[in-house]
Design a protein around this ligand. Structure first.
Ligand SMILES: [Fe+2]
Length: 187
């Protein structure tokens, strides 16, 4: 995956500090992954679009590829929060994830294409099942399996999304479990 990444500094806004505390409470309940993702999305939603959520440094993009800023990685590895900055046209490869995830669009909009892996035992391909436009303020939650997708900034301005993962992204580097090079429906 062609992401440029920065490991977070300790610099964090007061609002972000509050959000991390709210997420810690949700994750600490030890609920099933899909429910944890849903509840984490509920915690994200009220903060999206707030001017005092991210530092200036956490909103900087990269002209070459979408950029990941690690905002928080919980010391016990139970969850992480990253900010992804997408310039117009930037997109991911088709991929799935190591853990449950809650996402929220902070700025701009993102287009997402979801896929299903179809195999006859000898060959496999990816069939597009859904196209979703996630506008500013929209949250989604999901948990593997069945979480194959591609995300892109299809707008004309910078997009920023927040992603909470049930994994230590500072250690793993990214949330991607697998990048798919299979034949896929083009979108
Ligand atoms: Fe993803």
């Amino acid at each position: 995956m062609t992401t440029s990444a920065t490991v977070g500094t300790d610099e964090r806004t007061e609002r972000m500090h509050r959000l991390v505390g709210e997420l810690r409470e949700v994750v600490g309940r030890g609920l099933p992954p899909d429910l944890t993702a849903y509840l984490a999305g509920e915690k994200l939603a009220p903060h999206l679009g707030a001017a005092d959520l991210l530092t200036d440094a956490q909103q900087v993009g990269d002209p070459d590829r979408y950029r990941q800023h690690i905002v928080h990685a919980e010391a016990d590895g139970s969850f992480s929060l990253v900010a992804l900055v997408w310039l117009p046209g930037q997109r991911t490869a088709i991929h799935d994830h190591v853990s449950w995830c809650a996402t929220g669009v902070h700025l701009g909009q993102e287009s997402e294409c979801r896929y299903r892996l179809i195999s006859d035992g000898r060959t496999a391909r990816l069939v597009a099942t859904e196209d979703v436009l996630n506008r500013q303020g929209v949250v989604c939650g999901f948990a593997p399996p069945g979480d194959i997708h591609r995300v892109q900034n299809s707008g004309t301005t910078t997009a920023i999304s927040l992603h909470v993962y049930g994994a230590d992204i500072a250690r793993l580097g990214s949330s991607v479990r697998r990048v798919y090079q299979l034949p896929a429906d083009e979108r």
